[in-house]
Design a protein around this ligand. Sequence first.
Ligand SMILES: *Cc1c(COP(=O)(O)O)cnc(C)c1O
Length: 396
Amino acid sequence: MSFQNPVFIPGPTNMPEVLRKAVDMPTLDHRSPLFGQILHPALAGVKKVLKSETAEIFVFPSTGTGGWETALTNTLSPGDKVLAARNGMFSHRWIDMCQRHDLNVEIVEAAWGAAIPADRYEAILTADTAHEIKVVLATHNETATGVRSDIAAVRRALDAAKHPAMLFVDGVSSIGSMDFRMDDWGVDIAVTGSQKGFMLPAGLAIVGFSPRAMAALETAKLPRTFFDVRDMAKGYANNAYPYTPAVGLLNGLKMASDMLLAEGLDNVFARHKRIADGVRAAVSAWGLRLCAETPEVYSDTVSAILTPVGFNATAIVTRAAEAYGVAFGVGLGEVAGKVFRIGHLGSLTDVMTLSGLATAEMVMVDLGLPIKLGSGVASAQDHFRATVAQPMKAAA
Ligand SMILES: *Cc1c(COP(=O)(O)O)cnc(C)c1O
């Protein structure tokens, strides 16, 4: 691997210099008022990125996975029923976590490449007249398959069934990169981490709790200590944490939110779509297909690219790392060996993207795939040239 090259994995993402420096701070006393000057703007920034007026934001020293656990353990009791779709490795892991916490998960199996089937959610919720289902889980962006699900449609399914279940959304690989509307979509808990759309090192679990989710704290009986948001809320009221906070990362989070909001969230989303469209242009020029089944579900943060049957896609990732010092993502779970992934979220420019596409081409030719050098790069170049006039602020 080379430290000179950008990474093309779907998290951790490339870090802008300004954020790398924001994280690198001298030690400060986390019980001094100085800490409050970092903490509170960071929480306020996240709230704006989530597009919520009413959510309470909590940030734990952890990762996205800890955010899942925070959501479940603070609101549910053993045996509670949860509805979840499995359409990739990340939704699978959240389901597995539910089961290990003795929750009763009704699993909707979907193809790895398809989105959450909101119509099946609606049918199940409508049939649940006793309202046994307490929570509906939705993975907004399945990072394993490059599939975006329609959270507004999941909300409509709940509403159509007149079902009171809460809606918990994994937005780890969408928040800060793709349109996310906590309040408009009636999301009760939103989960993310620091190392994807926020362009920081790994180390923070970031969650937003709606007033309904906050009310559920009082009845939830699952054991929780480190991730108890009641302790965290008490700490925040005193400019503090129940334990030692990751001060540098919180300072980075404050700066990252400022950066995203200064660029304008709509501009951030448009920038991601434009880069993603460039990558997709390259994929089709290579004569390859995405794992995502239809254009409506294409993710603007990661593309999982199917390789020809009989070819081991993981060889692409290995060769790219060994020969050229460039990181792509491997296929996970059911699609292991069948896809390789190009992460295109966070701090990425046209020029960086083109370097990744050029590397992927060299690797595929090295491995004997019938790809013409420059073909994907040229298609992406055409796309970038045709769209460059649109206002696009550099990601610093
Ligand atoms: C990365 C990711 C996670 C897991 O986050 P960690 O920070 O690795 O714990 C969960 N869900 C999705 C959709 C992700 O992309």
